[in-house]
Ligand binder design. Sequence first.
Ligand code: ADP
Ligand code: 5GP
Length: 196
Amino acid sequence: MKGKIIILSAPSGTGKSTIIQRIIEHPELRLGFSVSATSRAPRGEEQDGREYYFLSPEEFRRRVDADEFVEWEEVYPGCCYGTLKREVERVTSAGRNLIMDIDVKGGVNVKRCFGENALGIFILPPSIEELERRLRGRGTDSDETIARRLGKAEYELSFAERYDKRVVNDDIERASEEVAAIIKSFISENADGNEA
Ligand code: ADP
Ligand code: 5GP
């Protein structure tokens, strides 16, 4: 495989999408975003093929049965998300490093699948109180959805130690730079783990 795999995980609302938006155009990193498929409905300004491939639950299931996913998870009850094999191929065959925003179980599976060719970065919120403020401030989720996402945060945080690197998103500018520096160092490593 030409490109490397960068996995970003964190409880919902921590700031993964914001960090990815800020570093995706960084010329030295040569990143390509892995557009996941989901069975949930679009939120806010989201567009099919940009944030996600929005599939009906039936279509999602059909693709699971056809073995089209590298991995998939029912991240929230009734809402499935997954990385299509075709998507990994699309980005890496163009010589880009694939950056994926996926949940903790998916992240651990992808790391297992791609080994040394993948780097897992876990983004931590400064506190649970701040996480709740961010989820509310985003203004895209109902109270029920926010409660469900907060309820899952503690479980998700317990996966942090299984990732290669951890970054606290206290200040968005600082955290984005730290993530970019970690990726830069990883993509310039040789297969033996030394800097090229
Ligand atoms: P995720 O992708 O992890 O679910 P988002 O990137 O959508 O999270 O961020 C959730 C909300 O928090 C957004 O409104 C975003 O603007 C805000 N946000 C992200 N990082 C910070 C930060 N360091 N300080 C304050 N607000 C932030
Ligand atoms: P949201 O609904 O806020 O966009 O995303 C919800 C969760 O699904 C996030 O934790 C996100 O990382 C995760 N997610 C998005 N795409 C994938 C994917 O392809 N696979 C897995 N396992 N999780 C994903």
